[in-house]
Design a protein around this ligand. Structure first.
Ligand code: NA7
Length: 574
């Protein structure tokens, strides 16, 4: 029997793609509202990115006590994280626990890929096509498909010639033992490469690391969670979470009050040393308020860090090759365990692809311009087609706007990172131009789902069937995200943050970097004012989101870094 849509095809209130942190919370909220919900997940089980990224050493880089749901007090009380940064398996068992505890699994169809999503304007419905050919219809479509879930296409020359073992960190399907005693190559030194390299080095006969862009790799200082620390946090969890919701990054803030050149050279060094010991996102890169805004200030932190590499790595030529050259923090810093120390091992060597580009491969070797490296196995840690990859894979289409990828052919355009003009009743959970990329993403996901489901609830209560971002509201938001990022050093550096890791991808900065708390206040204010920037059955309140942004800023005590930000804005006329 074919399973195509008929007039009697059941219609649910909410369709959702993905059963990771986003989809599960969306299912929970939909059920709380009493809506029918149908979720689709291509993996055989829950977990999203954490289902697939099982490479050795995979763990979160935001502390687990924050990188977890905050919506249920009992949940956060009963779950105990074993380490400061939980490994992938523990995060996945947490997600499974949440799915079981709230009985969410039954709302999802697994092993099911959504291949198309079409808006039916006459019926005000979304119709999904599944890889089985089946159709499913619903009033609202939520993309909980994640930001870092679609692996980048392999763009390493000559890989088809190689006859040994090839494995990708984002689709890891071997055991570490399979690499034991082998000559292994790792290509890529982002977070994934950085996390697996030290562990592969321990089992491989020889490991050759092929590095294109050296990163800042801070010591993660991962450790078991002391029971008394866990008890202390659990006793204060609601307050801590509330602080996180209005913080710059979705983790408890450590407000800094001064700029790098406000203190003497000796004092600055002393502060960087202490911050280096502390590590984490509030480490060296956050020690002074102007580090992400002022290149000279940033250079003091970057130089300090480069000095650390030379202290750790014995071979000074290798240490120099490992030195990052872009401003510290301008793309996502990595957190590793024994990363630089690994280059002191006799069985590890480094090839700098900047100096010696990879040209091709043979059946048993990687060939660069100046050398050839015999290997038995290649680990690809080359990253993701971030944010737009997962969304474009859904082929979201409306008759008037065409496919999302065509509508965004010159770059991403969203309203608050959650909606996009021309695609009614379609919502992106923590999508591009939301704070997702520069935040504790679990907190951003919760905020996003809350805002989206509040809007749907209001529309339903008023009998409104079609909800859509206005072009005016979207233009305002795109301007805000660009003005905000252009005042920072993020704007100066190529990375997946702006799509430059994928050939041909239009350059748009994929996040809002004005802070989780500020963003939340803007979203709250927009809701309070009747959703300017959103057309409800075609009617909208005039947008003026820029004015809301300013009013929210004026009403909130500025943090030191926001003051620097404002100073920079005056200087550059932003
Ligand atoms: P990333 O951070 O995008 O890192 C990918 C790495 O792979 C990076 O070093 C790239 O160098 C390198 N790369 C990519 N393509 C190639 C080719 N063709 N040849 C050589 N080297 C290449 O991805 P990750 O998975 O490590 O981390 C993603 C995020 O997950 C991370 O930020 C955390 O938020 C969690 P490049 O820098 O492009 O020169």
């Amino acid at each position: 029997m074919t399973d195509t849509a008929t007039p009697r095809t059941p219609v649910v209130d909410v369709l959702c793609v993905g059963a990771g942190f986003s989809g599960l919370y969306a299912a929970y909220k939909a059920r709380e509202h009493g809506w029918t919900f149908a979720g689709f997940e291509k993996a055989p089980d829950v977990g999203g990115t954490w289902f697939w990224n099982t490479y050795p050493g995979a763990r979160c880089d935001v502390e687990s006590i924050y990188y977890s749901y905050s919506f249920d007090e009992e949940l956060q009380k009963e779950w105990t994280w074993s380490e400061r940064f939980a490994p992938q398996a523990e995060i996945l068992s947490y997600i499974n626990h949440v799915a079981d505890r709230f009985d969410l699994r039954r709302h999802f169809q697994f092993d099911t890929k959504v291949t198309e999503a079409n808006w039916l304007p006459d019926e005000h419905l979304w119709e999904l096509t599944l890889d089985s050919g089946a159709k499913r219809r619903g009033r609202y479509l939520l993309a909980g498909s994640g930001g870092l879930s679609t692996p980048k296409d392999v763009d390493v020359p000559g890989l088809q010639n190689f006859s040994g073992l090839v494995v990708s960190t984002s689709r890891w399907n071997i055991s570490l033992d399979d690499l034991a005693g082998k000559r292994v190559a790792v290509i890529g030194t982002g977070s994934s490469g950085v996390q697996c390299i030290p562990l592969i080095a321990k089992v491989a006969e020889h490991l050759t690391v092929f590095q294109r862009t050296p990163n800042y790799v801070f010591p993660a200082r991962n450790a078991p969670m002391a029971p008394e620390v866990v008890d202390e946090i659990k006793s204060k969890y609601p307050d801590i979470r509330q602080e996180c919701r209005y913080s710059p990054g979705g983790i408890p803030d450590r407000p800094v009050t001064d700029k790098a050149f406000d203190v003497s050279d000796e004092e600055r060094q002393r502060r960087y040393e202490a911050a280096y010991e502390r590590s984490g996102f509030l480490g060296v890169g956050a020690e002074f308020a102007d580090l992400l805004f002022d290149l000279e200030a940033n250079k003091t932190a970057a130089d300090f860090f480069r000095g650390k590499i030379h202290e750790i790595v014995r071979d000074q030529k290798t240490a120099t090759l490992l030195e990052p050259q872009f401003p510290l923090g301008a793309k996502r810093s990595c957190f590793g365990t024994d990363y630089y120390e690994t280059f002191n091992r006799p069985n590890v060597s480094l090839v700098s692809l900047r100096d010696d580009p990879l040209t091709t491969m043979t059946a048993g070797s990687i060939v660069t311009e100046h050398s050839e490296h015999e290997v038995d196995a290649i680990v690809l840690a080359i990253g993701f087609d971030a944010f737009t990859g997962p969304l474009f894979g859904l082929n979201v289409t409306t008759p008037d706007s065409g496919r999302l990828q065509d509508a965004w052919s010159d770059g991403v355009r969203t309203y608050l990172g959650m909606m996009t003009a021309g695609f009614p009743n379609f919502f992106m959970i923590a999508g591009p131009q939301s704070p997702a990329l520069a935040s504790n993403v679990v907190m951003t996901i919760e905020q996003s789902v809350d805002w989206i489901t509040d809007l749907i609830a209001i529309a339903r209560a008023k009998g409104i069937e079609v909800v859509e971002a206005t072009v005016e509201g979207q233009n305002d938001w795109v301007n805000i995200t660009e003005l905000t990022v252009n005042q920072t050093l993020y704007a100066t550096t190529d990375s997946w943050y702006r799509g430059s890791n994928v050939a041909g991808k239009p350059s748009t900065f994929m996040g809002y970097v004005g802070g989780v708390g500020h963003y939340r206040r803007i979203c709250e204010e927009i809701a309070r004012r009747g959703y300017p920037g959103v057309a409800l059955d075609g009617r909208s309140v005039a947008a003026g989101i820029g004015r809301i942004d300013e009013e929210v800023a004026e009403a909130t005590p500025a943090t030191a870094s926001e003051e620097v930000h404002a100073e920079v804005a005056t200087v550059v006329g932003g």
